[in-house]
Write a protein that binds this ligand. Structure first.
Ligand SMILES: [Zn+2]
Length: 404
């Protein structure tokens, strides 16, 4: 058994002082004062001037694209998408084992212990399993051509069942439907039947860009030329609300939703789905800023994610939280910082893992973070952690210590 002693414990909803954390067998055993007296044989780790908080959950990223730095074009969604199509055959193989391991180390060393990994090819599966992180592994289906539906579906099934072999307390095989513009209705329906039967979590990119809005509403806008050029397609594969109805009764992470309309948000709320907000990716691809007021008005749960390195420059959740803080200047800094940090940790549970809060029985997935020396007002800790932390000093992954 080990006892961790720090100046503050963030549960994360509450900030506790004078309280220790006992871990054993990879799990949190107890939280309370003077645990050394109760467990005199335990090894003590003392972290003065530090806070212990749960590891982050980054619910949406694409490990496969981790080789990208400046290959893909940013600034405009369609220009970006065309660059993805142009370069992906080269980019994906460039993310070999070493690249995947580097990405996972970046994720872990910046305090993230739970991820939602979208995989279109399956080449990142073993690296994801080996990472030891809690992984919701979303095998993704994509394809709007009904002629290729059978081949695409059997490839998807193969990848899904390959992932399912690894299922356990730290790994869940899940289903991702790429988006309403890129997945044929029949294909989405089949994949979602599987998700229903297997009771998996589902992920969907939805209403990321103005182009998607215009194309799905009226077969117009910037996507019109794109679909004609690449797929010889003049009509959108789906209408958005009808497509969203396919996700009835499925626990779904709806990613982006920047351009979702009221009826779609009403349906998302009614179905109990949650929204994943990727502020830096949205900014870099010219997609605007998600209006959180419209989510809050409907009590739609949301949290922050980095998306992949295909549309971002780091997989560090502290970077993303800082960006979120500054991209939503109308929310009071102190309470919004707390809201962001609480969601960024507790979402591990939404992804299906016993992690993300400091409570007995959960996995000991923790981060030890330095507190700015002259912190005067304890309640400001959430904000200062977001402002001043680049990476935690130490990360515990299932009780195993990484870092100094
Ligand atoms: Zn994505």
């Amino acid at each position: 058994m080990e006892i961790l002693k720090a100046s503050y414990l963030l549960t994360p909803e509450e900030i506790l002082q004078g309280v220790d954390l006992a871990i054993d067998g990879g799990r949190i055993v107890e939280i309370g004062p003077n645990l050394q007296e109760r467990y005199p044989k335990a090894t003590l780790h003392h972290y003065p001037g530090r806070a212990i908080l749960p590891g982050f959950c980054n619910p949406h990223l694409h490990l496969e694209f981790s080789a990208n730095r400046a290959t893909l074009s940013y600034g405009d969604f369609i220009v970006w998408l065309e660059s993805v199509i142009r370069h992906r055959e080269r980019l994906i193989p460039r993310c070999d084992e070493a690249c995947l391991e580097w990405a996972i180390e970046e994720i872990l060393s910046s305090g993230t212990t739970t991820i939602g990994a979208i995989s279109s090819y399956g080449g990142d599966l073993e690296a994801a399993v080996r990472s030891g992180l809690n992984v919701a592994y979303f095998s993704e289906i994509i394809g709007s051509n009904p002629g290729a539906a059978d081949i695409l579906y059997s490839d998807f099934l193969h990848r899904y069942y390959r992932a399912k072999k690894y299922e356990g307390e730290r790994f869940r095989a899940c289903v991702a439907i790429h988006s309403p513009y890129a997945v044929h209705y029949v294909l989405a329906k089949k994949a979602l039947e599987l998700a229903r039967k297997e009771e998996t979590l589902v992920s969907l990119h939805f209403m990321e860009s103005r182009a998607e809005r215009e194309w799905l509403d009226s077969d117009s806008g910037d996507f019109r030329q794109f679909f004609e050029k690449f797929l010889n397609q003049r009509k959108a594969a789906n209408r958005p609300l009808e497509f969203l109805q396919l996700f009835h009764d499925l626990q779904t992470l709806v990613v982006h939703s920047v351009w979702a309309n009221d009826a779609e948000l009403d349906l998302i709320a009614q179905e109990g789905h949650a929204i994943v907000h990727c502020p830096r990716s949205n900014r870099l691809l010219g997609n605007g800023v998600l209006d959180l007021d419209r989510l809050k008005a409907r009590a739609i749960p949301y949290s922050i994610a980095t998306d992949g390195l295909s549309s971002n420059y780091s997989l560090n959740m502290y970077d993303e939280l800082r960006a979120a803080l500054f991209l939503h200047p109308d929310y009071p800094a102190l309470s919004f910082a707390k809201e962001l940090l609480v969601q960024a940790t507790t979402w591990a549970k939404r992804l299906g893992f016993a992690s993300g809060t400091l409570e007995a029985g959960n996995f000991a997935d923790l981060q030890i973070v330095q507190i700015p020396e002259d912190l005067e007002v304890v309640e400001e800790l959430y904000l200062h952690l977001i402002l001043h932390t680049h990476k935690p000093e130490v990360v515990y992954l299932q009780g195993v210590r990484h870092g100094k």
